[in-house]
Design a protein around this ligand. Structure first.
Ligand SMILES: NC(=O)C1=CN([C@@H]2O[C@H](COP(=O)(O)OP(=O)(O)OC[C@H]3O[C@@H](n4cnc5c(N)ncnc54)[C@H](OP(=O)(O)O)[C@@H]3O)[C@@H](O)[C@H]2O)C=CC1
Ligand SMILES: O=C(O)C1=N[C@H](C(=O)O)C[C@H](O)C1
Length: 266
């Protein structure tokens, strides 16, 4: 039985993972890290088991074989440092990480397996590969724009997935996203600069997650879209990643390693 501890267990993703884990025969939720003072703190009965929902890392993660973090950027460093110290494999699904919040996660990978996955769905991870190849094949004559739509409770923008799609598109053109990304347009913007990668964002309702990459060229437009119809698709991917993480050597991984999707730069 694979013991999984969740950071962010009472959130939307945490609840979805907990529900799917209850249906699986090979995994169980062994603990959950919650914020100090959270109403979720205490002992919960999950199925026939009593599970610690604690703000103490050592209690929340004590029986874990793998840790899944779907919470907020602020908790990442503390969790990653503890996982590194204990040699506990860690999946970070949280998005909206600033570079200074990502660095401690990368540092933890020297001591344990760390999987950074802004999107754990199978479809999006195939889309990343398609986008890189399409950008490489079409070149700069085709303008790239990325659109994403999510529910109104999402707190970061653009989504972590949209940013990864942008990185793949830029890499397909042998460029860096930092030097090509355009996140806002308003007023007298002037002509579109060749090579720009533009982002636009919609928030509303209960949209689980939608991403489209447009390649707009002379006389035609290619659109590659992924639509998640349920959060369960991310939860299923997270459980599969947890199964894969068990026994992995220390290092920094992505979903491409879990899914066996090759990347030209690997
Ligand atoms: N990788 C993927 O495939 C996916 C990633 N995500 C990402 O996962 C993250 C969570 O999304 P979602 O579940 O919708 O968000 P929610 O806001 O529903 O849940 C976040 C949870 O994290 C908890 N939390 C916040 N800060 C801390 C902390 N410092 N320590 C412990 N727990 C904390 C919150 O607790 P409290 O309720 O007390 O505030 C809450 O339970 C987001 O970054 C989102 O973008 C989402 C879907 C898929
Ligand atoms: O917050 C969400 O809901 C989601 N966040 C992830 C992201 O920012 O890319 C993944 C998914 O699209 C849902």
């Amino acid at each position: 039985m694979l013991n999984i501890a969740i950071v962010g267990a009472s959130g939307r993703m945490g609840r979805s993972i907990t529900a799917l884990a209850a249906e699986a025969h090979d995994v169980r939720i062994s603990g959950a890290l919650v914020r100090p003072g959270s109403p979720a703190e205490g002992t919960r009965v999950l199925g026939v088991e009593r599970v610690n929902y604690s703000s103490e890392l050592s209690l929340a993660l004590e029986d874990a074989h793998v840790v899944l973090d779907f919470s907020a950027p602020a908790s990442g460093e503390r969790v990653a440092a503890y996982c590194a110290e204990q040699g506990l494999p860690l999946l970070v699904g949280t998005t909206g990480l600033a570079p200074s919040q990502r660095a401690p996660l990368e540092a933890a990978a020297a001591k344990t397996a760390v999987l950074l996955a802004p999107n754990t769905s199978l479809g999006v991870n195939l889309l990343l590969e398609l986008v890189r190849r399409t950008a490489a094949a079409l070149g700069e004559e085709y303008d790239i724009e990325i659109f994403e739509a999510h529910h109104g409770q999402k707190v970061d923008a653009p989504s972590g997935t949209a940013l990864r799609l942008g990185e793949e598109a830029a890499a397909g053109r042998e460029q860096q996203l930092d030097s090509t990304a355009v996140y806002q347009r308003k007023g007298q913007t002037g002509h579109r600069r060749a090579g720009d990668i533009g982002f636009s964002v919609m928030r509303g309702g209960d949209i689980a997650g939608e991403h489209t990459v447009y390649f707009a060229g002379p006389g035609e437009r290619l659109e590659l879209t992924h639509r998640a119809s349920s959060r369960d698709t991310f939860a299923r991917g997270a459980l599969n990643a947890a199964r894969w993480l068990l026994g992995q050597r220390p290092g920094l991984y992505g979903m491409e390693h879990v899914l066996g999707v090759s990347r030209p730069t690997d």
